[in-house]
Design a protein around this ligand. Structure first.
Ligand code: XMP
Length: 506
């Protein structure tokens, strides 16, 4: 295998620290699910834990990135991530104009505003409202005329549809005159004050001077937003490929103010990717974080750090939709891989060498996985976790699906190397060479709106971190380096390098 001398040296030190012969030994490969924290003395309460993190020039209030996948990170997901203090990443195989348009919208986004709710016309029939309710579980449907003027709101939760399916919604809606309305220009704080203080005000439709609908604010969303987060600089990232033509979209992305450029490849430790990373670094000049991946070896980390990338993304094989390990034979169990990553970063820092930040990508699907991985990584990229929310692109486009339990309470999730995604990519990237699938399509249980779930999940992640006695992520990483912090939790019995979804198209 072609390795730099420095990588060989770090690997040898690491293997020796594990008591393994650096040349002939094979280290124990542990997946995320097989490891949990061994708990210890703590003076920290979960609500004291600060999850903020740094990735190169970018600061995040939450150390999460939504996976650059077309089932996950559409417009609404990007906006919600920004609102939550995380960072959404658009996927790469999309027309440049479309990608930039989405990014620009997020950068101009108003926190908590649902800008394009599902609407109906006054003469639409109640059965159409029922269809929207069944498909998306929405209970509030604005009724607008053909020119976009708001006529009223239909609250589907209080309607007995049976026997009335063919009636026009206008007979059942709350008319405009009875609604509390907000002006287009009101500030976030102004809207928040009304929603939280006025009686019977659980939502506020927003209209312009012609009464045209511009979106809706829902009170529930405001409970889960930390105002200091949404006020910070809007943060969103774009994935690009190793194709030289993508450099022009990097220029355009930087011009509109994207916070992260993610050079996305299934084999980040390769000549093409490293050459492209050099080109991107040259034009980015620390205005945005340059994140490059994916790699699953110390050599990849060393090479990418040395050319000056801000963060290296680790993970080959662990994704929920991923069949790379099975189909190609390449991959590395994620927990052990992240041990190597952490060791390499510390080695580079100690020896005065450039040391990129570390992002763990793939296989992190529950809050326990998140706490454990944050002991190794500065940021976590997640697909399976985010796709389960109503903000995911899959839910937005395809709605709820019937699952193996016969209930319509599931969301489709497909890999970027699944047959479904490859078909779409071929229409965007003419001449795409990679056609053999390394991913599957499957289903995940639907969880509902993201902000509500996320705020509960953060409590749990904080709980795990406070069990280590850490009040922030830097302390967590250092404490876990210096003590025996992990336990082997084999009862999960779930080999992460085989797909865990009930998928087809293997
Ligand atoms: P999770 O487990 O969070 O993983 O859903 C998300 C990550 O999985 C990777 N990915 C794939 N890997 N075939 C693969 O081998 C695929 O089709 C595929 N799609 C996504 C990717 O790194 C993503 O962030």
């Amino acid at each position: 295998m072609l390795k730099t001398e420095l990588a060989k040296k770090i690997e040898a030190d690491y293997y020796r620290s594990l008591g393994i012969n650096p040349l002939s030994g094979i280290p124990q490969g542990l997946t995320i699910q097989e490891v949990r924290f061994a708990t210890g003395y703590s003076e920290v309460m979960p609500f004291d834990v600060d999850l903020s993190t740094e990735i190169g020039p970018v600061k995040l209030n939450l150390p999460f990135l939504s996976a650059a996948m077309n089932s996950v990170s559409g417009q609404v997901m990007l906006e919600r991530c920004h609102e939550a203090g995380a960072c959404g990443i658009t996927w790469r195989d999309i027309e440049a104009n479309d990608q930039l348009d989405r990014l620009e919208k997020v950068l101009n986004y108003k926190a908590c505003l649902v800008p394009k709710p599902e609407t109906l016309r006054p003469n639409s029939q109640l059965k159409e409202a029922r269809h929207i309710k069944d498909r998306f579980d929405f209970s509030t449907i604005p009724i607008v005329s053909h020119d976009g003027v708001l006529q009223g709101i239909l609250f589907t939760g209080s309607i007995a549809f049976k026997g009335h399916e063919n009636e026009p919604v206008k007979n059942w809606m709350m008319p405009f005159e009875k609604l509390k309305i907000e002006k287009d220009s009101t500030s976030f704080e102004g809207v928040q004050k009304r929603l939280l203080n006025e009686p019977l005000c659980s939502l506020l439709p927003v209209v312009d001077s012609h009464r045209c609908l511009k979106g809706i604010y829902f009170m529930a969303d405001f409970f889960h937003v930390n105002p200091s987060w949404h006020n910070s600089k809007p943060l969103v990232g774009m994935a690009v490929s190793d194709n030289a033509e993508d450099i022009s979209r990097v220029h355009a992305g930087l011009e509109i103010g994207v916070g992260a450029i993610v050079l996305d490849s299934s084999h980040g430790n390769s000549k093409r990717v490293i050459e492209q990373a050099k080109r991107i670094i040259e034009i980015t000049k620390h205005k945005a974080a340059v994140i490059v991946g994916n790699v699953a070896d110390i050599d990849g980390y060393v090479r990418l750090s040395e050319i000056g990338v801000d963060a290296v993304k680790f993970g080959i094989g662990p994704g929920a939709t991923c069949t790379t390990s099975i189909r190609t034979g390449a991959g590395y169990p994620m927990f052990s891989l992240m041990g190597e990553a952490r060791f390499a970063r510390k080695y580079m820092k100690k020896n005065g060498k450039p040391a990129a930040f570390i992002i763990a990508d793939g296989g992190i699907s529950n809050t326990g996985d998140m706490s454990v991985m944050l002991a190794r990584a500065h940021g976590l990229m997640m697909g399976e976790y985010f796709v389960a929310f109503s903000e995911s692109e899959s839910f937005q486009v395809e709605g709820l699906q019937y699952g193996p339990d016969g209930k319509k309470n599931w969301v489709s999730y497909w890999g970027m190397a699944s047959k479904k995604a490859i078909k779409e990519k071929l229409s965007v990237r003419y001449g795409l060479q990679k056609r053999a699938a390394e991913g599957i399509e499957g289903l995940v249980p639907y969880r509902g709106p993201m902000l509500k779930n996320l705020s509960e999940d953060i409590e749990l992640v904080n709980g795990g971190i406070s069990h280590q006695g850490a009040k922030d992520l830097k302390t967590l990483r250092e404490l876990c380096d210096d003590t025996r912090a992990f336990s082997w939790f084999s009862s999960f019995g779930n080999n992460q390098n085989t797909p865990r979804l009930k998928g087809n198209n293997l």
